[in-house]
Design a protein. Structure first.
Lengths: 252, 322
């Protein structure tokens, strides 16, 4: 197995009395896809939101390449190399697809407080942005306004924007949510390529996709870690079947 | 890349500054109108700075007149009473001082946004208003007088006389032009790219690694210091400052002018001011109940013109070309 880039130790998130996440331990490895599954309300999204700094953790430590990043502000996570996509499409709808990626790329290039240098002047930023669009297969849409492209394409753009920030870890929150079968296949192909270069953490409900893509899988129930293993072992595990299907035989 | 965002903007700006250049020649013997239009030009700078904040950065302030008033007060307080000072040096002083104040105020008010920011900017502006209204040192409600207008020589060259209405008019016109170009350049810069992003989707901008607080703060300081510059020009024109300049009515009517002109269009601020002020002047002379008619007209205009008068100009210009 390659090196561990992102690690959570005893990570907890309590909303009042509700333990959305409790004493969670997990390791994510470079150049692999690690998916997190579990029933609704298991705390998958909470975990993702803590890992990218959107919520502060109640307790516990996040280690990124061995450094403690727990107390950082959410915008600093992205600068370190932990990029995220959102469950609900979250893009700059009034701008073109290329401009969307330029906004992301400029953060990495810098000079964002330059009041006088035209935003169009840097070929470098444009290059990074078009590369990101090309990676997700949206080159043809570069000059189209983001609100005018299809829902599936917006989800791809969402990923392109993360790529343009030059991340090492991609936290993807249901990239296939609400997609048709064909569109899902595009994303699956995309993720297959991306996982050769990035550490991807995937939260997804589409089980076919998850089984096809994952190197490692983690099952969560009620904010707790149930099991982490390779795909085949998960499928056969009685604990997982119980968590997903319930243990009340009479129903079936 | 062109400074103009749309064809309508290009047509309007070129036409406006071309006509404006000729105004003093047209009103040769009537300095009343030249003065009146100078005031509108000053007001345009103020409303433009507010539009930069509200329409472009997405921060709604109901206390922007605080900086307008402060610009005047800062000058009146700093200037020695019976001594002629240099205009350019004091412009720098006023803008530097107001930037520092804006930075401190920004650190407080930008912790909030939306409705809370409206409340806190209003509260701060009212505090400043009553501070000056109640202070004996700064003249209370009567304010302060500026006895001597500054001289304007640069390296011994003196080509501008602030006591001369026409000269002052051109100073205001030049200031508005510079202000417009400055705002447009910053909006098209790399900074402007982030400002666009922060306005449209602050959550996403944060997730992409931008500290949106810093960007809002810079925009706030830029906007506020130019509002102060407008107030400084106003105090020079009339030779006094008083707390009314920073009353909440001034903030609110500036907001109305910005919305009327077309929020977020920058050049719409000029339209908003000239239409509002002309209507005000015109209706005031016709009827005692001008506020009623004025209010009704504004309601009609806001309801029918969705993107302000700038949107109407847009329609006229693009319609003509089809």
């Amino acid at each position: 197995m390659s090196e561990c880039v992102l690690q959570a130790e005893n990570l907890s998130k309590h909303w009042g009395g509700l333990k959305a996440l409790h004493e969670f331990n997990i390791k994510f490895y470079d150049k692999s896809l690690h998916s997190i599954v579990g029933p609704n309300g298991a705390g998958k999204s909470t975990l993702l939101n803590i890992l990218c700094g959107t919520y502060p953790a109640t307790k516990g430590v996040i280690l990124y390449k061995g450094n403690n990043v727990t107390g950082l502000k959410s915008y600093q996570f992205c600068r370190k190399g932990i990029g995220r996509s959102f469950q609900k499409t979250n893009i700059f709808k009034a701008s073109t697809c290329l401009e969307n990626c330029c906004i992301a790329a400029q953060q990495r290039v810098g000079g964002s407080f330059n009041l006088f240098k035209s935003r169009q002047s840097s070929q470098f930023i444009k290059q990074i942005a078009s590369d990101a669009l090309a990676q997700v297969g949206l080159s043809g849409r570069a000059d189209t306004v983001a609100s005018a492209i299809s829902y599936g394409e917006q989800r791809q753009l969402e990923i392109a924007m993360v790529l343009a920030t030059d991340p090492q870890v991609l936290l993807l929150d249901e990239p296939m949510a609400g997609m048709g079968h064909e569109e899902s296949l595009t994303i699956i192909e995309l993720l297959k390529q991306l996982k050769q270069r990035y550490c991807i953490v995937l939260v997804e409900h589409d089980m076919d996709a998850v089984f096809e893509l994952s190197d490692l899988m983690t099952v969560m129930v009620d904010g707790q870690h149930l099991i982490t293993d390779v795909v085949d072992n998960i499928r056969a595990n009685p604990l997982v079947q119980e968590a997903y299907l319930g243990n009340d035989d009479e129903v079936f | 890349m062109s400074v103009f965002s749309t064809k309508a903007e290009k047509v309007f700006i070129l036409a406006f500054f071309f006509i404006a250049l000729g105004v003093p020649l047209f009103f040769n013997e009537n300095t009343f109108y030249v003065n009146k239009i100078s005031t509108m030009l000053i007001l345009s700078i103020f409303v433009m700075s507010l539009d930069y904040l509200v329409g472009k950065t997405g921060l709604i302030s109901l206390g922007h007149a605080m900086f307008y008033g402060l610009g005047g007060y800062l000058f009146a307080i700093m200037v020695p009473e019976y001594e002629e000072v240099n205009f350019w040096i004091y412009t720098f002083y006023v803008m530097a001082a107001s930037s520092v104040i804006a930075l401190i105020v920004g650190l407080i008010v930008l912790r909030t946004s939306g409705i809370y920011m409206i409340m806190i900017t209003l509260a701060l502006a009212q505090m400043t208003f009553y501070f000056f209204a109640d202070s004996t040192e700064y003249g209370g409600l009567d304010g302060l007088f500026i006895y001597l207008k500054p001289e304007t020589s640069i390296f011994g060259l003196n080509f501008l006389d602030l006591d001369n209405e026409t000269h002052f008019y051109y100073l205001c016109l030049l200031s508005l032009f510079n202000c417009y170009v400055f705002f447009k350049i910053t909006l098209q810069s790399r900074f402007g790219r982030v400002i666009d992003a922060v306005k449209e989707n602050p959550e996403r901008a944060t997730a992409l690694g931008y500290n949106i607080f810093h960007f809002r703060l810079v925009a706030y300081v830029l906007s506020s210091s130019l509002a102060a510059y407008a107030g400084y020009l106003f105090s020079l024109q009339y030779g006094f400052v008083n707390p009314t300049m920073m009353s909440w009515e001034v903030s609110a009517s500036a907001l109305v002018m910005a919305i009327l002109g077309g929020l977020g269009t920058v050049f719409g601020a000029i339209l908003g001011v000239f239409v509002y002020e002309s209507l005000h002047y015109g209706i005031e002379h016709m009827t005692q109940y001008w506020m009623f008619w004025m209010g009704s007209l504004i309601i009609v205009m806001v309801l029918t013109l969705k993107s302000g008068i700038a949107g109407l100009v847009e329609k006229l210009v693009t319609g003509k070309r089809k």
